[in-house]
Design a binder for this molecule. Structure first.
Ligand code: PLP
Length: 388
């Protein structure tokens, strides 16, 4: 039976009759589950990943969310994590990588993910980078390459890569593929259908959608997700709590609707930014769809995270622009919530390093929220006036 994304986000995996007719599934705020007799308890413990024994294993509220995310990604199974996307990413690395393994990182990867893989060098795990053109991918793959890890669109410059080209190559070499799919969510991109083994999310962003919860998820086939459950999940212990799962599940119900609005607002803001002399470049996948024919197959839509470069800008001018904004809140995360946010990678001491990494000191990142394009554009316009 196939379900639409909207059906999955709303009703899939729920049955009010089991919860005394409650239309909103109860929050199973419990650390453990009690049994009628010792034999039942022992039998349940033999397969903790399928039975409710202890909430560091499975919990019914978290389980509803996991079923929905697996169905949205068209994967077999999902595990959710607390401490967010990083909990999920570190569980994948910790479980799948052994001493001596090599990882290929493709595109502009979220900073802490890169820091984590770098930290794993103490366990003799090495890595190489490939940019979004994939030109040197053959050169960096080694006999000991175990994992190809991708972000598309990538952090900061939102560059896209041909996902199917990567999985086709990886399959010929028996390499596991994982992607951070946070930018698109499974509503706009379903990497497992393009051959990826694992799709990872920071649920903290669009899926939670209200900037009130931190969570992460990994979706894939039974064998891989079960292995991650046994080690990176249960033993590392970054377990999503029932109340957080409830909040994320509530966010998920309106995800398709919210994404449509994020997209609509973002496209209008981009249109406005394109007319500004003060801007050198704008980065958003919608602007490169003609350059990359694979995008039509790969992405069904575009979320609201974009960046642009202020012309000839440095730390001071970027600071002045950001401080001049009033609707856009200044914050670390891209949000993916209802609110518009602004941030920039430049600091008072890192301009040279940014340039070395191919990022302009004038880069500013906007998370376009749900307030409406008119308000967002008005705020940007008055900020441009102030810095003139
Ligand atoms: N992946 C991406 C692309 C992110 O932007 C973030 C956080 O900003 C993460 C993963 C980490 O997620 P979390 O903050 O939920 O641990």
């Amino acid at each position: 039976m196939t379900y639409t994304d909207e059906e999955i986000c709303t009703h899939f995996g729920e049955d009010p009759q089991i919860y005394n007719g409650a239309i909103s599934p109860p929050i199973y705020q419990t650390s453990l589950f009690a049994f009628r007799n010792f034999k039942e308890f022992i039998d349940a413990q033999k397969l903790e990943r399928e039975n409710y024994v202890y909430s560091r294993g499975v919990n019914p509220t978290v389980n509803i969310l996991e079923k929905k995310l697996a169905a949205l990604e068209k994967g077999e199974k999902c595990k959710c994590f607390s401490s967010g996307g990083m909990g999920a990413i570190s569980a994948v690395f910790f479980t799948l990588l052994n001493s001596g393994d090599h990882v290929v990182l493709i595109n502009n990867i979220y900073g802490p993910t890169t820091q984590l893989i770098n930290y794993l060098s103490k366990f003799n795990i090495t890595y190489s980078f490939v940019d979004h053109h994939l030109t040197d991918i053959h050169e960096v793959i080694k006999d000991n390459t175990k994992l190809i890890y991708v972000e598309s669109p990538g952090t900061m410059l939102m560059k896209v890569v041909d996902l199917q080209a990567i999985t086709q190559l990886a399959k010929t070499k028996g390499i596991i593929t994982a992607i951070d799919n946070t930018w698109s969510t499974p509503i706009f991109q379903k990497p497992l259908t393009l051959g990826f083994d694992l799709s990872i999310h920071s649920l903290t962003k669009y899926i939670g959608g209200h900037s009130d919860v931190i969570g992460g998820a990994v979706v894939g086939n039974h064998a891989l997700v079960d292995e991650i459950f046994e080690y990176g999940y249960q033993l590392n212990g970054a377990v999503l709590g029932a109340h957080d799962a409830f909040l994320i599940n509530r966010g998920l119900r309106t995800l398709p609707l919210r994404l449509k609005q994020h997209q609509k607002n973002a496209l209008k803001v981009i249109d406005y930014l394109s007319s500004k002399q003060e801007i050198a470049n704008i980065y958003h996948p919608s602007l490169v769809k003609e350059d990359y024919p694979f995008l039509e197959k790969q992405m069904k839509g575009y979320s609201g995270l974009l960046s642009f470069e202020l012309r000839n800008a440095h730390f001071e001018s970027v600071s002045r622009f950001i401080d001049a904004l009033s609707l856009f809140e200044i914050g670390v995360s891209w949000g993916g919530g209802y609110e518009s946010l602004v941030t920039a990678p430049v600091k008072d001491d890192n301009e040279e390093q940014l340039i070395e990494n191919g990022i302009s000191p004038g880069l500013i990142r906007l998370s376009i929220g749900l307030e409406g394009a008119e308000l967002q554009i008005n705020d940007l316009e008055q900020a441009f006036h102030q810095i003139k």
